[in-house]
Design a protein around this ligand. Sequence first.
Ligand SMILES: [Fe+2]
Length: 214
Amino acid sequence: MRNHLVQSLNNMNEHYPFQTEPLPYLYDYLEPCLNVETLHFHHDKHYAAYVENLNKTLRDYPQYQNMSLEQLIISVPHLPKIIQTPVLNNAGGVYNHQIYFDKMSHAAGQKPGPEIEAIFNRDFGSYENWKAIMTDAAMGVFGSGYAWLVWNRSSKRVSIQTTPNQNTPDLMKFIPLLLIDVWEHSYYLQYQNLRIDYIKCWFNIINWGKVRLH
Ligand SMILES: [Fe+2]
């Protein structure tokens, strides 16, 4: 199953003790969409805290220390009750942020390549329609969460989902291709309450070269 799961930041198959992976670019690389201060706080404080808390949660559970992030997330219902919520929140927090940071790049007017565009035409009508639906989904997340572009393993189609908090889509059924973090910590320093402006700019910094269909 591992080969079919999303790969991100080169080491999504790492296990305990998890490491805070460096950004795959400099802190000013996503300017002006995401400024240096926003990226520093988001990566160095928020994402790093999920890594630290996941390690703390697993410290006394050697039987789970060889599991990857995906395996931990999928296994949450089978873990001891006392660590189910911390693993859900923190393994999800690490997993989601690694995908998020990995799939952005300097704004250069990038658009999806022909293969993804064809899939968007088939499943959303057009790339522009996909953007509109993705925008509505991201704007519709009440409170903290994510909007995702996912690949359905059985129907072989792409779709959009939202998840609250640090939840992920059902990884047994879907492969995450792309996500936007709409927790306020991802944009508030720069955009304050204007989530819509952050979302609009995010479309310009998607690293389509790392969005891989399956
Ligand atoms: Fe975040």
